[in-house]
Design a protein around this ligand. Sequence first.
Ligand SMILES: Cc1cc2nc3c(=O)[nH]c(=O)nc-3n(C[C@H](O)[C@H](O)[C@H](O)COP(=O)(O)O)c2cc1C
Length: 118
Amino acid sequence: MALFSHVVKGLDQRGLAFLHVIEGQTGGTRDLPEGCDLGVLRSLFRGAYIANNGYDRDSAIAAVESGRADLVAFGRAFIANPDLVARLRQDAPLNAPDKTTFYGGGAEGYTDYPALAG
Ligand SMILES: Cc1cc2nc3c(=O)[nH]c(=O)nc-3n(C[C@H](O)[C@H](O)[C@H](O)COP(=O)(O)O)c2cc1C
């Protein structure tokens, strides 16, 4: 908290548009180290707070509606769903991401997930 409070205050002073926070371990657990309080870090930054890591439609809506976040970023869900925004709007099912094609270096897993029919 001491380090990140200092960093977030410094970023705030620079007038950046947003602070994007991977809450927990990237692509892993959302558990935070003991004593870590994201609400405190957020309060130190006057721009938009973008939350990330392990969100789904419901938890993203809850985060924004509660005021805990201004926006939510999706990583894996976006890789697996070329039309993620439309799917979220319609509350349509999502394609599951295939971990074996992450960081693959080719098109497979990046351009071949199906979009919603119609
Ligand atoms: C294949 C893959 C590539 C990624 N590349 C980047 C990257 O270049 N820069 C970055 O900040 N995060 C990168 N991430 C992390 C995501 O942006 C995001 O923080 C992480 O997947 C957690 O969000 P999610 O639960 O919505 O997937 C990558 C994740 C995956 C799965």
